[in-house]
Design a protein around this ligand. Structure first.
Ligand code: AMP
Length: 425
């Protein structure tokens, strides 16, 4: 038999495990992001972790980094070309179309999701190859109030976690009326610049993405570039104005960012990103926008839609950056410590009873002595320990110890459950 070396237990590059107690924070963040959307009528959707490659190449865009460089693709034994999902929107729209959710006569279809996403990126702080998002999509309606609703829900989610140092960047990417003329004007401008070959190629395929180039040498040359906001058609201008007004009325502050194009091709009109100022270079904690053409791009009917995805990993980092500790309920409220075989059987039964009554209870497993068992009780975070030995059983009681005050008193076996239920309020 070969010996397993410790390095075998290392998670793959660019990934990490969530283990207790930190994992509880991730769960709480997921729940905090989901809570506002659930209150706003979004229904839960879950789709497979992988899809046909084509869904993403057609949906996310052939020229995007996500599709050209970052997808985990595989060929199945049956010859299908699949990709681990790099983002959620295309899958959710595909699933909604497959289930004919858009035909129920009740548009928009509002959906939320939570899951793992995969991108073959260069790992660094805040950038992983496996990460988690919670997302929300509203499919099949063109209404500035819907764009505003989603943005407000994201802001409320961040606020409910206590975050303060985040900003909302907002832009409009125009639509099929005004974007083509702008695109041509931008291409003319970009062709006059001194750019490397890769970037020049991008001018032909997706010139707006050049605006998003993070390199200083490129950004310097972009001063004076035509900006979409000066080329928006009347309809897009009016739409954007309404989104802004609704956000302002809801007390949501935003910054206009005319260069915000985002890394996916499907966006139209409203685009936005949430950035956090304590995260260094990977500062985007979430983002989204309107994608009126995506359904047709993947072969569906015209379904104007809007959505966002918020990164769970980076939201957790943002909490750390702001020094926020979430108030999480202790995983264990009561810890039972049996002394001797008979007590073990009796207390184990009581533990089951307490759990069934809704009290989070754990037990000293493994035949520990009193000292070690009490150590486990303290480590568990429980407020109370239940200790029982033979004499207690003979008296029909267990010792209820308050681990905060150290006080201990006997409680009749039959009333333990009701006493502890009362104690937790
Ligand atoms: P995107 O679809 O790229 O706009 O991603 C939405 C959000 O997911 C981002 O704002 C990040 O918070 C998060 N995210 C995207 N890529 C990664 C990654 N490689 N590692 C960690 N979080 C990510």
């Amino acid at each position: 038999m070969t010996k397993v070396s410790v390095s075998t237990f290392k998670a793959p590059k660019g990934t990490y495990d969530l283990t207790p107690p930190d994992s509880a924070v991730y769960l709480a963040v997921r729940e905090a992001i989901a809570a506002p959307v659930r209150r706003a009528g979004y229904g839960y959707i879950e789709t497979p972790g992988f899809e046909q490659v084509e869904l993403f190449s057609r949906g996310v865009g052939e020229s995007t980094d996500i599709v050209t460089k970052e997808m985990y693709t595989l060929t199945t034994r049956g010859g299908d070309q699949l990709a681990l999902r790099p983002e959620g929107t295309a899958s959710v729209l595909r699933a909604a179309l497959e289930a004919n959710l858009h035909k129920g006569g009740n548009l928009p279809v509002k959906l939320w999701y939570s899951g793992s996403y995969y991108r073959y990126e260069r790992p660094q702080a805040g950038r992983y190859r496996h990460f988690s998002q919670v997302g929300a999509e509203a499919i099949g309606a063109e209404d500035p109030a819907l764009d505003a609703e989603l943005i407000i829900l994201a802001v409320d989610a961040y606020k409910s976690l206590g975050l303060r140092n985040f900003r909302l960047l907002l832009n409009s990417l125009g639509d099929k009326e005004c974007r083509p003329a702008y695109r041509a004007a931008l291409q003319d401008f970009l062709r006059g610049l001194d750019l490397d070959e890769d970037t020049r190629r991008r001018i032909d395929i997706n010139p707006l993405r050049v605006l998003d180039d993070k390199r200083e040498s490129v950004q310097q040359q972009l001063v004076g570039a035509p900006m979409l906001r000066d080329h928006l058609c009347e309809a897009c201008k009016a739409y954007h104005e309404q989104v802004r007004e609704l956000l302002t009325a809801a007390g949501v502050a935003f910054e206009d960012d005319p260069k915000l194009v985002r890394g996916l091709d499907y966006y139209t009109r409203t685009t936005f990103e949430f950035v956090h100022d304590g995260l260094g270079s990977q500062s985007a904690v979430g983002g989204g926008g309107r994608y009126d053409g995506l359904s047709e791009m993947i072969g569906g009917p015209a379904l104007p839609s809007v959505g966002w995805a918020l990164g769970v990993d980076r939201t957790v980092l943002a909490l750390k950056a702001e020094g926020i500790e979430l108030e999480l309920p202790a995983p264990t409220q009561v810890f039972a410590v049996p002394l001797g075989e008979e007590a073990r059987t009796k207390l184990f039964g009581l533990v089951t009873e307490l759990r069934r009554a809704g009290v989070a209870t754990d037990f000293a497993f493994g035949g520990k002595g009193l000292k070690n068992a009490m150590k486990s009780a303290n480590r568990s975070g429980a407020r109370y320990a239940l200790v029982a030995g033979e004499r207690d059983l003979a008296d029909g009681v267990v010792q209820l110890k308050d681990l905060e005050s150290g006080e201990q008193r006997p409680v009749a076996f039959d009333t333990v459950v009701s006493e502890l239920l009362a104690a937790q309020g």
